[in-house]
Design a protein around this ligand. Structure first.
Ligand code: SAH
Ligand code: SF4
Ligand code: F3S
Length: 456
């Protein structure tokens, strides 16, 4: 892997440029890859002398890092841009930019909106300072070329909070599920070298991080071509390099969920026993139309294999309700899979047709009210299952990684179990633990979303 064709603007040891007195605010929408991309953009901007603003109101540059996955994700951005128009009225030098997947999808169309000065796609973030600079001089700009090699491997993400860090190990997606815009907005799959990911993990541990999540749209396709490593190798190397660090990853594709990967997870205590394995639908006919490249039987076989190796492994999934031609029978099959697997949690969506995808041409024939009714049935079923599974935790004791005060009540602190469940417990100063410690909590009550317990 090399980034030879790209200018290297930032090496880990290079000092940042002197402050230019300007502040940038990046607002993040969409998936965790966007969260990490925001940190990369902040890293690039910091290197060029910008400070990071706490709010849009105090910023000289406001960048929206956007998502295009469903229509409502894009609608939200249009609304936000309309609102930012007013910021521009009170500060005529304000630069407003659209980054991310929507920038890549809509390109110059976004420049038709008068409040937008720059449009920058996911593979062009090295050019953000240059385009912002031009915009300050009155010249609006666009950069949306996709790259086959860009991984931002040499950019140090500017992480602004917490003890958990995201590490993107690869970019792009080659799966081309028929409903999905990601292969178009993020381009072709490419991976970072194993050694650079492991080094970043070590560096994060040395800087006080306690948990890392390795990110990719489809991490099972990770390849270190030069040295012939796959994702299981990467996990194993990382787990050994930072043996006290909690290691998570997302997302894996059911087709390539290998025995080797499952056994690697089972073999390392610091790899969290939690897998997000999107099923999308429980109907083979729909899975085929979606080009998911697996059957329900294959999927359930993988779940059995996972539970054999790790009986307590928590599972979550993504489900789409109302994909084109979905019948009541197909919908029931999805609910059957949910009842069989009993996921700890699920992200559930109504199908949203996306222009230029294959499914776009198949039509969108499930009426909205039917889609929404099916989605609500799915959500209700999942809430019941989550509630039942969480109730089984009462009386158990878990090692919790302490994240700090809960948002609603500072007297209550929160953390997560290895299996990614949020636990709330009364803060006890005298115990002397700090954010980032692992403490034992005895679970006393639960809901579908959280566990509540007491320090032991
Ligand atoms: N790479 C991951 C998913 C990334 S997108 C994977 O393949 O599993 C996150 C989720 O958004 C998808 O799993 C899917 O459930 C949902 N999604 C994607 N495109 C969608 C669309 N057009 N309409 C509704 N949901 C969609
Ligand atoms: Fe989209 Fe499928 Fe790639 Fe996931 S695997 S990002 S759903 S194309
Ligand atoms: Fe959205 Fe792009 Fe992520 S479309 S889900 S931000 S990869």
């Amino acid at each position: 892997m090399s980034t030879l064709e790209l200018p290297v603007l930032n090496t880990p040891d290079a000092p940042p440029a002197p402050s230019n007195g300007l502040k940038v605010y990046v607002e993040t929408y969409g998936c965790q890859m966007n969260v990490n991309d925001t940190e990369i953009v902040q890293g690039v901007m910091h290197q060029h002398g910008y400070a990071v603003a706490d709010t849009a109101d105090e910023a000289d540059v406001v960048l929206l890092n956007t998502c295009a996955i469903r229509d409502n994700a894009e609608r939200k951005i249009h609304e936000r841009l309309n609102h930012l128009k007013y910021n521009k009225r009170s500060n005529k030098d304000l630069v407003i930019g659209v980054l991310g997947c929507m920038a890549e999808r809509l390109r110059a169309q976004l420049l038709d909106k008068q409040m937008v000065d720059v449009v920058i796609g996911p593979d062009e973030y090295r050019r953000v300072p240059e385009l912002v600079e031009q915009a300050r001089g009155g010249e609006r700009g666009i950069a949306v070329k996709l790259s086959r090699v860009e991984t931002y491997d040499d950019i140090v993400p500017l992480r602004t909070e917490g003890i958990s860090a995201w590490i993107s190990i690869m970019r792009g997606c080659d799966k081309f599920c028929t409903f999905c815009v990601v292969p178009f907005t993020r381009g072709r799959e490419r991976s970072r070298p194993l050694s650079s990911v492991v080094d970043e993990a070590k560096h994060l541990w040395d800087s006080g991080f306690k948990e890392i999540t390795l990110l990719g749209q489809n991490v099972n396709s990770y390849r270190d071509e030069e040295r012939g490593f796959d994702f299981a190798d990467l996990l194993a190397h990382t787990a050994r390099a930072v043996p006290q660090m909690r290691i998570r990853y997302t997302t894996s594709h059911p087709q390539d969920m290998s025995d080797k990967l499952i056994d690697t997870m089972a073999g390392h205590d610091n790899i969290c026993k939690y897998i997000h394995l999107p099923v999308q639908s429980g109907s083979n006919r729909i899975l085929e139309l979606m080009n998911r490249t697996y059957t329900v039987e294959h999927y359930l076989g993988r779940i059995r294999r996972i539970k054999q190796a790790m009986p307590d492994c928590a599972m979550s999934t993504d489900i789409i309700a109302g994909f084109c031609t979905e019948t009541e029978e197909d919908h029931q099959r999805t609910m059957d899979v949910m009842r069989e697997v009993r996921y700890e949690g699920a992200y559930m969506f109504a199908y949203s047709p996306r222009e230029n995808t294959k499914a776009w041409k198949m039509g969108d024939d499930v009426p909205d009210e039917v889609k929404n009714r099916r989605l609500n049935e799915i959500i209700e079923l999942q809430n019941g299952i989550s509630r039942e599974i969480n109730a089984l935790e009462i009386g158990r004791t878990h090692g919790i990684l302490v994240e700090g005060p809960s948002k609603r009540n500072a007297a209550q602190w929160k953390g997560r179990t290895d299996t990614n469940k949020t636990v709330i417990f009364p803060h006890e100063d005298v115990r002397g633990y700090v954010i980032g410690d692992i403490v034992s909590v005895h679970i006393e009550s639960s809901s579908s979303a959280t566990l509540v317990g007491k320090l032991v």
